[in-house]
Design a protein around this ligand. Structure first.
Ligand SMILES: *[C@@H]1O[C@H](CO)[C@@H](O)[C@H](O)[C@H]1NC(C)=O
Ligand SMILES: *[C@@H]1O[C@H](CO)[C@@H](O)[C@H](O)[C@H]1NC(C)=O
Ligand SMILES: *[C@@H]1O[C@H](CO)[C@@H](O)[C@H](O)[C@H]1NC(C)=O
Length: 275
């Protein structure tokens, strides 16, 4: 969209000016970049040529109120021989969040917000007044947290149970894909959001795993058809021994009571028999 007026202008420039004085402009093919909300991203620029300056611009750039000029995101100028290049961040929305990445002129943006999404552009002006222009469409996604599995089980008669598992790793995000595997790690079983499993009561358990994926992350959760149909396995032994312990305690108390009563009666009888 925005490329059309620029190429048109370039065309005008080329036809209206003598060839030898017009700057040579090289366009790269746009470099799509994917970032994670709250994390960092690098807009790659591998520059080996000597340059006068590198101007980065952000999506929906700000206008300077006094001069009316468009405020660039940042401007890089070469340092003195042996010194590091200079990075001036001019857009206050990005203050404290920009730096040059490693030993390159790539631009790193940290603490990404959804508002950072959009088309970035770099214009590198070389010593020979030639220009190199490149677009970076930046997309930002959330890192997926562990998906939630909702369970609906119905008895289908004859000792079988129908369980529907529904996986969800966030709402309103169409970029999430789901795959179900069974057992965990096996080849794809289903790519629907929901999975129907038939479980025969008393059969071995065979857990299902849902993996949610988006362009920047993936996350899994598992669920058990057996637990969904038969309930959680009860810890049988401790429950039994608790009952037994209670029984033994009651018996013991009863026994002691009985012994006490008998002793009292016997003693009373002896007292009576004494002359
Ligand atoms: C970026 O995030 C870190 C960690 O959340 C925080 O300490 C830092 O102040 C943030 N920086 C800016 C410029 O927002
Ligand atoms: C259980 O699932 C089977 C297979 O999909 C289906 O034919 C049947 O109607 C279901 N029964 C119940 C009670 O949902
Ligand atoms: C119930 O299960 C038995 C044994 O698996 C089978 O022979 C019978 O046809 C089933 N009945 C129904 C109504 O599905």
């Amino acid at each position: 969209m925005a490329g059309t007026p620029r190429s048109f202008l370039l065309f005008l420039l080329l036809v209206s000016q003598p060839r030898d004085t017009s700057p040579a402009i090289t366009h790269c093919s746009p470099k799509v970049v994917k970032g994670i909300l709250g994390e960092s991203v690098v807009l790659p620029l591998d520059s080996k040529e000597m340059f006068k300056n590198i101007r980065w611009s952000a999506p929906s750039p700000r206008q300077d109120e006094a001069s009316g000029r468009t405020v660039p995101l940042a401007v890089v100028t070469p340092g003195a021989p042996g010194a590091l290049p200079r990075l001036d961040v001019e857009d206050e929305r990005y203050r404290g969040r920009l730096r040059l990445y490693g030993q390159t002129y790539s631009l790193e943006i940290s603490n990404l917000t959804m508002a950072d999404e959009g088309k970035y552009e770099v214009v590198q002006t070389l010593i020979a007044y030639n220009q190199y222009i490149c677009d970076y469409p930046l997309y930002i996604y959330k890192r997926l947290s562990e998906p939630e599995i909702r369970i609906l089980s119905v008895m289908a008669g004859n000792g079988t149970c129908n369980v529907t598992f529904t996986c969800s790793a966030g709402v309103g995000n169409e970029t999430i894909k789901y795959i179900w595997t069974r057992p965990a790690g096996a080849p794809v079983f289903s790519t629907e959001v929901s999975l129907l499993v038939q479980h025969r009561l008393g059969d071995e358990d065979s857990p299902v795993t849902c993996t949610a994926m988006n362009p920047v992350s993936r996350s899994s959760a598992s669920a058990s058809p057996k637990v969904a149909c038969e309930g959680p396995a009860l810890p049988q032994t401790p429950a039994l021994s608790y009952c037994r312990a209670k029984g033994i305690l009651v018996l013991g108390v009863l026994g002691a009571l009985l012994a006490g009563i008998l002793t009292v009666h016997v003693l009373a009888a002896r007292e009576q028999r004494r002359p």
